[in-house]
Design a protein around this ligand. Structure first.
Ligand SMILES: [Zn+2]
Length: 303
């Protein structure tokens, strides 16, 4: 059997093997044990370049994980996460991401690869192809599409549903939300805030089509002052969320914001923004953006 060449192809191949293996041994399908999978699979399929080291190391701040060749030149590989990361979900996603690099990129990068926490949110293949590929692989491996779709079918998406999925697949809340964002037909955005500023944000395809997205990471943008993310609210209020009038977040529409606070992690906030299903038409937008004074003038003149 020829080997896959794409991130999705690799994830589907491993998913098939895992399904058979778990069923044969009466084991649960999820979450996926990346460490065991990486070692067993690589030993069988690439005996000349097996993964023999999986685990945590003390890496520099900002480095999430790495793919590392054995220093002896034996051909063995290690997939590593930064021990400073406490979240089991992030560790698991990082290992899957590094396994993706191993399968797809080790030949082009014999010296290995080092990945920052920003790379873990790099889904734009034009900007960083190999990081986007490793993330796609990890996402499809840990959260297979058919299972993910079955779990969200007919449900209103909120932080509780996303938390449930993050637990099921042993991934971070961010990874579960990003997965949903790549497949949904809803107009949604995830905004990760750090110390009062937008660290990064990502819009779903339908929302990008409405022209609503934060373009670059280079510019420093404050979290909107009226947003939940910027306010001092309790966890419960944050999870449940608030319906903002137009003008708090990007665009001229009301937005439902739900926010999770992670004070231990650089004052990090994760906001899920849900925009109305239907984008306003050009005409409605023009009306929304009209000056209020002009509006009253029109009314006065009977227009
Ligand atoms: Zn990477």
């Amino acid at each position: 059997m020829s080997l896959p060449t794409t991130p999705q192809g690799w994830a589907i191949r491993l998913t098939k093997i895992l399904s058979l293996h778990q069923a044969a041994h009466g084991l649960p399908r999820f979450p996926i044990d990346v460490a065991a999978l990486a070692q067993d699979f690589s030993r069988q399929v690439f005996p000349e370049a097996p993964i023999t080291m999986v685990g945590g190391l003390d890496l520099s701040k900002g480095v999430e994980g790495m793919l590392m060749p054995h220093p002896s030149g034996s051909g063995e590989w290690g997939i590593i996460y930064n021990k400073a990361i406490r979240s089991p979900g992030r560790r698991n996603f990082t290992l899957a991401h590094e396994l993706g690099h191993y399968l797809l990129h080790r030949q082009a990068n014999p010296g290995g690869l080092q990945c920052t926490n920003r790379n873990m949110a790099d889904w734009d293949s034009a900007r960083n192809r190999i990081e986007a590929e490793a993330n796609t692989f990890a996402s499809y491996l840990l959260m297979p599409l058919d299972d993910f779709r079955a779990r969200i079918k007919g449900r209103a998406i909120d932080i509780d549903v996303m938390t449930e999925l993050a637990d099921r697949y042993a991934v971070s809340l961010t990874a579960a939300i990003l997965k949903w964002m790549t497949i949904t037909d809803k107009r949604a955005m995830i905004v990760v805030g750090k110390e009062g500023f937008i660290d990064w944000a990502w819009s779903s395809e339908p929302l990008i089509k409405s022209g609503i997205y934060y373009a670059a990471r280079q510019t420093v943008i404050e979290l909107p002052a009226a947003s939940l993310a910027a306010r001092d609210v309790d966890m419960e209020t944050g999870r449940h969320g608030v319906r903002h009038p137009a003008g708090v977040w990007l665009g001229s529409e009301p937005v439902h914001e739900m926010t999770v606070f992670s004070p231990s992690n650089d004052q990090m906030t994760i906001s899920l923004l849900l925009y109305p299903d239907r984008a306003p038409s050009r005409r409605e937008l023009a009306e929304l953006e009209e000056e209020p004074t002009l509006d009253s003038y029109d009314k006065f003149m009977g227009n």
